[in-house]
Write a protein that binds this ligand. Sequence first.
Ligand code: ADP
Ligand code: ZN
Ligand code: ZN
Length: 803
Amino acid sequence: MYAKVIVDVAAAQINKAFDYKIPEEMIDLVKPGMRVTVPFGPRKIQGFIWKTSPESNLSKVKGISDILDPDPVLTKELLELGHWLSEETVCFLITAYQSMIPSAIRAKPKKKIRLTGDAAHLPEPLQQLFNGKHQLEWEKLTDDKKLIRLIKLAADKGTLEIDYVVKNQTNKKRVALIHLDERAMNRQASELVSSSAKKQLSALEWMQNNACEKAVPQQELIEKASVTTQVIKALTDKNLLIRSSVESYRDPYAGRTFAYMPPLELTARQRYVLRHVHQSIDEKKHVPFLLRGVTGSGKTEVYLQAIQKVMESEKEAIVLVPEISLTPQMVERFKGRFGSNVAVMHSALSAGEKYDEWRKIHRKEVKVVVGARSAVFAPFENLGLIIIDEEHEGSYKQEDHPRYHARQVALWRGRYHNCPVLLGSATPSLESYARAKREVYTLLELPDRVNDMQLPDVQIIDMRQELKNGNRSVFSGLLLEKIKDRLEKKEQIVLFLNRRGYSTFVMCRSCGYTAECPHCEITLTYHHTQSRLKCHYCGHEEHMITECPACESEQIRFFGTGTQKVEEEITKLLPEARVIRMDVDTTTKKGSHEKMLSAFGRGEADILLGTQMIAKGLDFPRITLAGVLAADTLLNLPDFRAPERTFQLLTQVSGRAGRDTLKGEVVVQSYNPDHYSIQHAKEHDFPSFCLEEMGQRKRGGYPPYYYIALINVAHEDVTKVIQTSDKIAGFLKQSLSKETKVLGPTVSPIARMKDRYRYQCMIKYRNEPNVVKVLNEILNRYQKEIAGDKLFISIDMNPQMFM
Ligand code: ADP
Ligand code: ZN
Ligand code: ZN
């Protein structure tokens, strides 16, 4: 028997499967989707089994060295999907496969073999090895290849269990344990320590009475015996107590009970939407739906009841939500309805926790996964529905290889499983909306909020006028007035400040020097809490400067408005206001995000001030005012999607106000108050915005009228970058059809990053069947030509970012 193996070498020349012989003792054990180690040149490397076959075309093939997974980590479907993905996104097969499995087991995972049945049922050689032990290390046993087979057979019978040892590196929590030394077990405490050491006596006595032969957590001893850590240390120094520690794994939601939340009686409109989705589930038909429902129209309830149906038909569902809206509130709604049938996956989990959630899916212990982008690869085998909430969100596109879009993957899987894919949003992406208009997707709409609540009134403030009238504050007169009003009425307020392009940078007033990152062409951002300057692209950090490095002047000033500065200003203007500030600086600690939101929910603050992370998903009934401090920060970015992002953001922020019985109001401050994206957002008029924006896209030659691919070239030597990108542009022009536009090469918007100069070419095309082939050819040719020379070529199909 032979196996076709996709080896772990990310290089254009070897983006294909290699043949390896399956050793006698591994036949029957080796299955597609498992990882193995194989000899490759002088090394041994990892690879995925793609297929097995009784023959090979090659005359000389080497054998597989080792099996890495007890069971396949990729299903047949995911193997196919990876293949497709590697073509669609122009990435290496191995990269596509690696991205589908949890990071905790991506490296060479250690495994343990645990006895789960009666040792007497084990075959003779294994019985000897276990010999009273409960678990053994796989790696130690499987040097003897004959044992692999016996182990696997015993595992199939349930006598043994093979599992990965996943260290919880990012969140390794250890608990100190204390137990009595043997000497201290059978003697009076007073014989062991002097009678004047009262505290030591009572600690020893408590241990003798309560934990004579077992270990207790140090904390318990401290509390129960009312002693301090110093007392315990004195006793461990005397070797009367022994300290040890155990690792404590934490389920991120352990200890929290989620009260059952029964299905709500649907409105007529919700029922109409649900009927369509149910029908497609019943008929096992792949239908892509676009659900456009205004904020608060009850989309989530529709999702929940659609999943209900999926579960009743013994199938599984994937729900994707943007990372930042994976708030406790959202998780609660799914866990509250489906309890332990739900796995949750997001980036705040440690690698070990993520792996645990993945394992629940792999073992078919759950039916639903709620997660961010990568949850789209959940290894379910009987999918009945995929939901993408806030489908327009840019974060569904991965900005690193493989540069996939979760929507694209979801639609592929929906076709594979013949099941519906439900894309939901108050402000669908223009791409999706255009497809719905052309009936490629089925459009479903929820035009009103449930309970007939009105959408909030939106007022636009011209900040140029404020400046003319002498107001230099970040708050317009009207916004300040309304904040005061809400403080009096004891209602709540959210204030939104977009961080991107609006961070605080440092400039010398005498000579104009700005502090820039030495590795990237970008200004450093000032972080007040640590008084440090940081680069948001490469992580470079330095001390805040007090003197200008260029002219030695001490006239160093901060520019730009960060959330910290706004908070200071609120405190100055409205000392009585209680503010919770949420941004990257205040939410780095695990769980802090959750704590702040629940404090706000309990009414412990009047104002929630924050960045993008507060624009989504919040559902607090007492918020009656939402303020956008500067609507232009997104609008001014060099990106054709800037108006679309602005419209989406304003709509989302508006959606936070007046969700319950109190009427909401929104104040938007802008230096471009007449811009169509702001004006249409004021009127909550998505169709008109779309119409106008589609015109812009058509004139500019952008999606959804054209497809775009971006080719980035980076190298430490600027002449190499220019030469190569010139060659690439020439090659593109000559290989693609006349109708396709090749733009560039030009300098990338961030001209240097991590010490590499960057140039880019863009192609815009409508009908270009060869595009993937041509782009792969670029990788083949130019990466190889200058291989080993640290030239970076990255190809981004349908890019979301142009930096
Ligand atoms: P969306 O996801 O569209 O923003 P939600 O599903 O969060 O809307 O619904 C908004 C609010 O309305 C929530 O508090 C939800 O519990 C409530 N809600 C949704 N559907 C109904 C219904 N049929 N009857 C009563 N309340 C509902
Ligand atoms: Zn940098
Ligand atoms: Zn200076």
